[in-house]
Design a protein around this ligand. Structure first.
Ligand SMILES: Cc1cc2nc3c(=O)[nH]c(=O)nc-3n(C[C@H](O)[C@H](O)[C@H](O)COP(=O)(O)OP(=O)(O)OC[C@H]3O[C@@H](n4cnc5c(N)ncnc54)[C@H](O)[C@@H]3O)c2cc1C
Length: 387
């Protein structure tokens, strides 16, 4: 195996601390959370109390001013444990950075400390029943009123953390006639009249993740809740595009750590399980299959580690991040499928982590932009297809 060179001893000490937190606050409850369809709210507060939310936010806004590698470790560890109900990554490394990068001073001061403490849970609502891949087709509108506020109308679906969310960044058209150039990001808080959370959606996997529908009916959004203020009105699409490389890399990071975990579980199982008087591991088919999977996951890890290095230097481009997202999530699904096969019938039983990991993996090829969209992005960067 190639030794990883990304992390310092301080990073590894953090990994140990986060593992202890997972062992105490997440592992004993995750199965029950899968059954109820959402994690207990207190796991958000506990993470905040222990400094595990918004770690990369500056200290003045309640974060730790940590580098992105700390977040990478957190994602890897959650992926390794199969704790897919936990939405810390989206909250800390997608929602909070929008506010940090594009928010006004007042918005940063108001929201970031509450996101860092776990007092608020964050979500981002782009997708709609009729607009997922084609975000330019978003129908939700936020129309400016005479008093400067916006009237928000529309509905969103498939929203991660949607049911717990206290703060939602809503993608809406402030100038519906202008397409992408009329898109803005609105900060919508729980409790604003007209904002309702719909049902938690029943899913193939990610059973403990509270993926929800959201509805907005004549929600009066104050002018100060336009992300970035007036200067960013109609400029939301650019913000969305700028954040894509890091968002997509996060999916690849989780894919690799989950795939490695599946290999480790399977290795232990095939050594122990006997068929026709011999361990499953003794068959050439098993050994070669395991060798193939480990080789591919090792290759993926080296590529993803390089992308992490680039993102830390602010040099990761969208096409490369799209390669990581598509290739690693495809690989994750392939690894899960092969590992389930090696578990035989037990690989189909929900009580086995490999079975859950198989179900959880499938969505990685769909959300964050489908893998077909990733190939569109890559091929365009190669000078192919529409500009
Ligand atoms: C569990 C889960 C969590 C999610 N979390 C969030 C969230 O927090 N916030 C949020 O905003 N969204 C979220 N999503 C939505 C997700 O990002 C979308 O489902 C995804 O972008 C695909 O959109 P769609 O479902 O509308 O599929 P569609 O866009 O309808 O795509 C259907 C099929 O057409 C293909 N296709 C589309 N366009 C093209 C093209 N140009 N060329 C070739 N093929 C194409 C797609 O690849 C796909 O195979 C989540 C989804 C899931 C399932």
């Amino acid at each position: 195996m190639i030794e990883r060179s990304l992390f310092s001893p301080d990073h590894e000490a953090f990994r140990d601390a986060f593992r202890r937190f997972m062992d105490k606050e997440i592992a004993p409850f995750h199965e029950q959370w899968e059954e109820q369809g959402y994690v207990d709210r207190k796991v958000w507060n506990k993470a905040g109390e222990n400094g595990f939310l918004c770690m990369t936010m500056p200290e003045e806004y309640g974060g730790s001013g940590a580098d992105k590698l700390y977040s990478v470790i957190q994602m890897e560890e959650l992926g390794r444990g199969g704790f897919t109900g936990i939405g810390y990554g989206l909250h800390s490394e997608i929602v909070a950075p929008y506010i940090l990068h594009y928010g006004t001073q007042a918005q940063k001061q108001k929201y970031l400390p509450k996101l860092a403490s776990g007092e608020m849970v964050g979500a981002i609502a782009m997708s709609e029943p009729a607009a997922g891949s084609d975000l330019q087709g978003v129908k939700t509108t936020a129309i400016k009123q005479a008093d400067g506020s916006y009237l928000l109308n529309g509905s969103k679906t498939f929203i991660t953390n949607g049911w717990h969310a206290d703060l939602v960044i809503v993608v809406a058209k402030t100038n519906p006639a202008a397409g992408a150039k009329g898109t803005s990001l609105m900060l919508v808080e729980r409790g604003m009249p007209g904002f309702e959370t719909g049902k938690r959606l029943k899913k193939l996997g990610l059973k403990a993740q509270d993926t929800s529908e959201l509805f907005f009916t004549d929600v009066k959004v104050p002018a100060e809740n336009l992300l970035g203020g007036q200067a960013r009105e109609n400029r939301g699409f650019i913000c969305l595009m700028e954040q894509l490389p890091w968002e997509r890399l996060q999916i690849a990071i989780t894919a690799v750590s989950s795939a490695q975990s599946a290999i480790d579980w399977t290795l232990a199982y095939v050594k122990e399980r006997k068929v026709f008087g011999q361990p499953v591991a003794s068959y050439q088919n098993t050994r070669y299959k395991m060798a193939e999977l480990q080789t591919e996951v090792q290759v993926a890890r080296v590529f993803v580690d390089k992308c992490v290095e680039l993102v830390a230097q602010d040099k990761l481009d969208t096409a490369t991040a799209s390669m990581a997202k598509y290739w690693c999530s495809d690989l994750q699904c392939k690894v899960m499928d092969e590992c389930v096969q090696l578990f035989g019938g037990y690989g189909y039983m929900w009580e086995y982590p490999i079975t859950r990991a198989y179900a959880d993996a499938r969505v990685q090829r769909i959300y964050g932009g489908t893998n077909e969209i990733m190939k569109e992005v890559i091929s365009r960067a190669m000078g192919l297809g529409a500009k």
